[in-house]
Design a protein around this ligand. Structure first.
Ligand SMILES: Cc1ncc(COP(=O)(O)O)c(C=O)c1O
Length: 435
């Protein structure tokens, strides 16, 4: 009966959305309710959410829901009227940045934020060339699709985007180590700059996620990003940090992932966790850039930064602070990492465990020496985890890196459930290989 109902919903979905609209899991999930780190399906079955970073302060966080409904039942207009919520929120938001990043523009999605950042970078530098990694995803508008070297067709034909190999210390360029590796990847960025120049184009900037999250939450060779940015700046370009996934305290120690590095961006883009599911995103940049750009190119976004959105954004910041969620990312994050490293000792398929606060990447390999990506196994693992009530997914060039990125109120007891279930599933997958 229940599976007939799911089948019917799936067929109707295919008819109105087509066969290719992405859907998680071999047996798609129909979710009907969420609370904190938990989700429930239509049959009342409970799942531990270890994947979704948008419900940053927890699914249906009461503080956020209350702020949203209070403002929605009072007034909702747009940023062309004065409103305390907008200014209060932006003052608090910009207060989380290093000196120099003091002005903001609000949008509804991360894609819009990146599109705006590209326009601003190109306008302010007078150049067109953008440098990204060779497995990048930064959203879905046309200009942003051009920088989507992971799987966007527009990135294959554009002349104004060049890429460099993902700065990966697990599969290092030419087998190099340490400082040599950092330099080698920075040289690849220089090569992209030189290629632009050879084609008669100047460089507007480098745009990367400081966590290199879609690339697989890489362990970036120390010193690489600082050197790469210096080369881009020397060529006249700016540094755009895409914090759409990485930001808002997920990395634990710092509010922004770029603050782990010794270089401050010129423009930062953000989204996903910002509104806990309400469409709130934006750009924070050097005031001189925002002033120069917006003087010439009037920017208005009908829904971006409404009083309701800003009330929501403020409630997210309150929840992060009052519930000590950054501290939790440090302590519970370290506990998860330790547990994953213990699993690595017992399961040969785990090639490397990577972590940054409440964000984990588990690189799966068929052979630890050859580092052959365990793609089919990764797929089996996420589906078995789902069957056992724990939701995770994969990322990376081969989709063989487990991506674990739970809502921030994730506690030790949830970590135990994750680790125990993963242990069971890894054993099951290894047994199937032997059989
Ligand atoms: C790093 C990064 N940037 C930008 C985006 C685009 O955000 P949105 O889907 O809100 O447009 C995504 C979405 O997955 C992302 O992962």
């Amino acid at each position: 009966m229940a599976s007939n109902q799911i089948q019917d919903l799936l067929s109707r979905r295919y008819r109105v959305m087509g066969q290719h609209a992405p859907l998680f899991y071999e047996k798609p999930l129909q979710l009907v309710r969420g609370e904190g780190v938990w989700l429930w399906d239509q049959e009342g079955r409970r799942y531990l959410d270890v994947y979704n970073n948008v419900p940053h302060v927890g699914h249906c966080n009461p503080r956020v829901v209350e702020a949203m409904s209070r403002q929605a039942s009072t007034l909702n207009v747009h940023t062309r009227y004065l409103h305390n919520n907008i200014v209060d929120y932006l003052e608090r938001l910009t207060g989380t940045f290093n000196e120099g990043l003091e002005m903001a523009m609000l949008t509804c999605t991360g894609s819009e934020a990146n599109e705006l950042a590209l326009r601003m970078a190109r306008f302010c530098t007078g150049a067109q060339g953008i440098i990204v990694t060779n497995f990048a995803y930064h959203g879905n508008t046309e200009a942003v699709a051009e920088i989507g070297t992971g799987f966007m067709p527009e990135s294959r034909t554009t002349k104004r985007v060049k890429s460099f190999p993902i700065p990966d210390s697990y599969r290092p360029l030419d087998g190099l180590l340490g400082d040599d590796l950092a330099q080698a990847y920075a040289d690849q960025v220089q090569q992209a700059i030189d290629e632009f120049h050879a084609e008669g184009m100047q460089v507007a900037g480098i745009l990367v996620c400081p966590d290199f999250a879609n690339e697989g939450l890489l362990n970036v060779p120390k010193g690489f990003l600082e050197r790469a940015v210096a080369k881009v700046r020397q060529a006249g370009g700016v540094f755009i940090a895409d914090e759409v996934q990485a930001g808002f305290g997920r990395s634990g120690k710092h509010f922004w992932a770029h603050q782990w590095y010794g270089v401050t961006p010129d423009i930062v883009t953000m989204g996903k966790p910002m509104g806990n599911g309400h469409p709130l995103a934006g750009v924070v940049a050097r005031p001189s850039m925002i002033e120069a750009f917006s003087k010439e190119a009037m920017y208005f976004n009908t829904f971006g930064g409404s009083p309701v959105s800003c009330a929501v954004g403020m409630a997210v910041l309150d929840a992060l602070e009052k519930d000590n969620l950054m501290e939790n990312a440090v302590t519970t994050g370290a506990y998860v990492t330790e547990g994953l490293r213990k699993l690595q000792q017992r399961h040969a398929i785990i090639g490397e465990v990577r972590d940054l606060g409440m964000f984990f990447g588990v690189e799966l390999v068929q052979d630890r020496l050859l580092k052959t990506p365990a793609k089919a196994e990764a797929r089996r693992i996420i589906n078995l985890m789902r069957e056992k009530g724990v939701l995770i997914s994969t990322t990376g060039i081969h989709n063989a890196i487990l991506k674990l990125r739970p809502p921030m109120p994730f506690q030790i007891e949830h970590a135990d459930m994750l680790l125990h279930t993963l242990d069971e599933v890894l054993t099951q997958v290894a047994d199937q290989e032997v059989a």
